[in-house]
Structure formats: structure tokens, C-alpha cells
Ligand binder design. Structure first.
Ligand SMILES: [Zn+2]
Length: 321
């Protein structure tokens, strides 16, 4: 896999635009040509790792995000990755080993730090996009751990994940929940024993801020809306996203995402009706996602294709309510 910017990892560029001045520092003017560039941001992971990332005597790496998890931010900030990819470490208090979720981009310093705590028993992957999996083979070589993903092509010496499978590792239970939509192979990892409410590692299905892209044609909006329902059904769990900060209430986040998606769909439906036969992807994108940074225009178009596909299925009577 090459290191070109991964279109499918774009956060919804257009929503960043629409948030305008209320956006939380996710500017559309960040470096876009190289998401692995570590030199462009003083606030990126390199700084964070320097402050909080080093393994101490306790083997604590990164930042605590819940009773059973810590996260280590990878140094790949950009418009597609927000601050960078969050690699998570799952480990019960007295467990001798840990589980790493999404080793992230191929960055030796990040991987060494990630491997410097408790021995890594298992590596899990939320989905195949390169900012989550580029380092898989290298990290497997460093740690000797198996890498497991839903897509067999992204496993290293491990079996593919199965929907609803329960894994016991790192001293705790981890349930696999298939949540296609952002990508066809997206999964979330449910930690029912993590604190009073449990937690869910949401990958790119729910982000810490903004909204996620539906990476058409691999991503699918009808599947995505169904996945939001599944996640909302888990209830008041803490959401631990692969980009951005943790969210206190998964159910509330799902409701917000769903409302946003439906509002956007209504907007697209209106524009398509107005344009009539002239409603090309480009033209609808121009109108719905005006003022989008050209660097992330491709992301806006991918999201638009997913929405147009959804509306076509709806018109044909096959889209789920
Ligand atoms: Zn992604």
C-alpha cells in the first residue's frame, strides 16, 4: 500500500467547513500532502508523546482514557486524521499482557513506544485504512503478536475476526461488533467490563469531533445508519474513537451522527430536485459542500456519491427506513 493520502480516511471535510469558527482546531488548511509528516505541527503526537507518552516505571504509555484503556497518539496529524491516529492499549489492572488496537502509520518511534509497556498479546484492527494498518506487519515483527482484522488480507498470523465474537485478552473481555458503513470492514470493540458503563472502541465509525466520511464505494450509507443503531443500542458506554478525544456517551454521539446524516440527506435531496437532470456528483457537491478546501474535495465527493447512492435506493424502495 502506498503512502498517498487515503481518501477513505477523510473526516467529513464539508462538515468542518460548515462548523466554521466553532470547529475545534480542525482546520482545513493543515498539511494535506503527507499525512505521515511529523514536522508540521507543534501540537501533534510528537509533542504529546514527549509530554505523556514515555513509558515510566509502571509501564504506562500514552494517556489513560478509561479504567482498562490508554491511548497513544500517532504522529500523523492532517485533515484526514484530525490530530492523528489513536492507538489504544487495553489492559486490566493486574494483567501481565496487553492488547493493542490499531498500531497505525508506519512510524518506528510510535511503534517502539507502543511496544515498550506490558508484552503485547494480540493486535486488533478496526478497519483496513492505511492510517490504522500501515504498521501492522512491522508491529507484529516487533512484538511477535498476531494481528487480527475482519478482512483476512489485513491479518498477520491471526484468524479473521468474526462478528459478535468474544475475545478474552489483556485480562478482560472484548466483544467484536461489525459496524460497516465508513468502510465495509469496520468493526467496533466493546469492553463490557470497562468501568461502570463499559466502553466501545469505535474506530472511524464515530470520531471524537466532526463526522466521519462514508467512503464510497467501499463505504455505504444505509449500512452506516444501521451500524449507528447497533451502537446506540449499547447505551451509555464511553466512546473511544480512533481520531479525536473520547466521548462520554456513545448513545448521544450516535444520535447526533444520525441527525446530522439525515439533515444532510434532506439537503442533498433538495439540491438534486432543483438541479433535475443536471444533478451530477460534481454539481451537487458544489452546492451542498460549498467552500470546501480543494485538498479535501475528493472526500466531499466520496461522501456525496454515498448519499446519492442512498437516495437512489430510497427512490427504488430498497433503502431501509
Ligand atoms: Zn478510516
Amino acid at each position: 500500500m502506498d503512502d498517498a493520502t487515503d481518501a477513505t480516511d477523510a473526516t467529513d471535510a464539508t462538515d468542518a467547513t460548515h462548523r466554521g469558527s466553532t470547529g475545534h482546531g480542525h482546520t482545513s488548511n493543515d498539511d494535506t500532502h503527507d499525512t505521515h509528516n511529523t514536522h508540521d505541527t507543534a501540537t501533534g503526537a510528537a509533542g504529546a508523546a514527549g509530554a505523556t507518552g514515555a513509558a515510566g516505571a509502571t509501564g504506562a504509555i500514552g494517556e489513560r482514557t478509561s479504567e482498562l484503556t490508554r491511548r497513544l497518539l500517532a504522529p500523523n496529524p492532517g485533515p484526514m486524521t484530525l490530530d492523528g491516529t489513536n492507538s489504544y492499549i487495553i489492559r486490566a489492572p493486574n494483567a501481565e499482557t496487553c492488547v493493542v488496537v490499531d498500531p497505525g502509520p508506519l512510524h518506528e518511534g510510535h511503534l517502539k513506544l507502543l511496544a515498550s509497556g506490558a508484552p503485547v498479546e494480540l493486535v486488533l484492527i478496526t478497519h483496513h485504512h492505511s492510517d490504522h494498518t500501515e504498521a501492522s506487519a512491522r508491529f507484529a515483527a516487533i512484538t511477535g503478536a498476531q494481528v487480527r482484522a475482519l478482512d483476512p488480507a489485513f491479518c498477520v498470523d491471526g484468524a479473521p475476526l468474526v462478528d459478535n465474537e468474544e475475545i478474552v485478552a489483556g485480562g478482560t473481555r472484548i466483544r467484536v461488533l461489525a459496524t460497516p458503513g465508513h468502510s465495509s470492514d469496520s468493526v467496533c470493540f466493546v469492553l463490557p467490563d470497562d468501568g461502570p458503563t463499559g466502553s466501545v472502541l469505535t474506530g472511524d465509525t464515530i470520531l471524537g469531533r466532526g463526522t466521519t466520511i462514508i467512503a464510497h464505494p467501499d463505504g455505504n450509507l444505509a449500512e452506516y445508519l444501521h451500524s449507528l443503531e447497533l451502537l446506540a443500542g449499547i447505551g451509555d458506554a464511553v466512546a473511544l474513537p480512533a481520531h479525536g478525544d473520547s466521548l462520554e456517551n456513545l448513545m448521544a454521539a450516535c444520535e447526533r451522527y444520525r441527525a446530522h446524516r439525515l439533515a444532510r440527506l434532506a439537503e442533498v435531496r433538495d439540491v438534486v430536485a432543483t438541479l433535475g437532470p443536471d444533478a451530477t456528483v460534481e454539481k451537487v457537491t458544489d452546492l451542498v459542500y460549498a467552500d470546501t478546501d480543494p485538498a479535501i474535495r475528493f472526500a466531499a465527493e466520496a461522501s456525496m456519491r454515498a448519499q446519492l447512492e442512498y437516495l437512489e435506493s430510497e427512490a427504488a424502495g430498497s433503502a431501509p427506513a
